[in-house]
Design a protein around this ligand. Structure first.
Ligand code: NAG
Ligand code: NAG
Ligand code: NAG
Length: 206
């Protein structure tokens, strides 16, 4: 029998291995890198989250390219193509501008869901205390993965953006990502997973 400290260390090592393997093994099908026009600069934002709830609790809500009401309350007012088929587009109002995104890749497996899409340029105002922000195009890859034997979910988002303000772009995406995923998790009572998988099968609870 393992002490709880050893057990915890093993659990952490296991999570580390699982995440490392899946990151290396997932070979993102799409290059997210983008080329910016003159007077526009690229920035990238990578956020990741882990929550104590099964994958399906998330993907039941996030599984449609045509419905992103969970993503900052974003309205989709017009679409082209077929939902969840690459080439489909979604468009709608966003903070004083109009976004228009094209699905470039989707991967749906029992243990993972991945969306990759490209956004056209538009100008919007992130909030009352911020200046207008011009995006000249962006790509985003969002991945939901089952971890801890199905008990928890790992989410990561990688976003490349061409803009006239790299610092504000980073802030805007980070706030949107964190508020959306935390809000989604809270909506069905999932807590943030601090490190250990919940109820490790071979460990004593003490
Ligand atoms: C979009 O998803 C939300 C949350 O799952 C749901 O309440 C809403 O009815 C959906 N909207 C449409 C148009 O399907
Ligand atoms: C969004 O872009 C697509 C592809 O270029 C286009 O077919 C669609 O009409 C655009 N939607 C809006 C609302 O402009
Ligand atoms: C997840 O979904 C299941 C049923 O599909 C539900 O019983 C459970 O309460 C949901 N939330 C969490 C945090 O597991």
């Amino acid at each position: 029998m393992l002490s709880s400290v050893a057990c915890r260390a093993l659990a952490i090592a296991f999570i580390g291995l699982t995440l490392t393997n899946s990151v290396q093994g997932s070979n993102h099908p799409i290059s997210n890198d983008i080329v910016c026009p003159a007077n526009s600069h690229v920035s990238f934002v990578h956020n990741s989250y882990t929550y104590n709830a099964p994958l399906h609790n998330f993907t039941d809500i996030t599984g449609s390219f045509f419905n992103i009401s969970w993503y900052g309350g974003t309205v989709v007012s017009s679409t082209t193509g077929t939902d969840n088929v690459p080439g489909a587009t979604r468009s709608g109002p966003f903070a004083g501008g109009i976004y228009n995104e094209t699905l470039t890749a989707i991967e749906k497996r029992p243990d993972a869901l991945l969306f990759s899409y490209h956004g056209k340029g538009f100008t919007f105002t992130p909030g009352p205390s911020y200046p207008a922000l011009r995006w000249d195009g962006y790509t985003e890859t969002m991945r939901f993965e089952s971890i801890c034997g199905g008990k928890a979910t790992y989410i990561d988002v990688l976003t490349y953006t061409c803009s006239n303000n790299q610092r504000l772009t980073y802030t805007a995406w980070s706030i949107l990502h964190t508020s959306s995923f935390d809000g989604l998790a809270q909506s069905f009572g999932a807590t943030i997973l601090a490190g250990d998988c919940p109820q490790e099968a071979h460990c004593d609870k003490n």
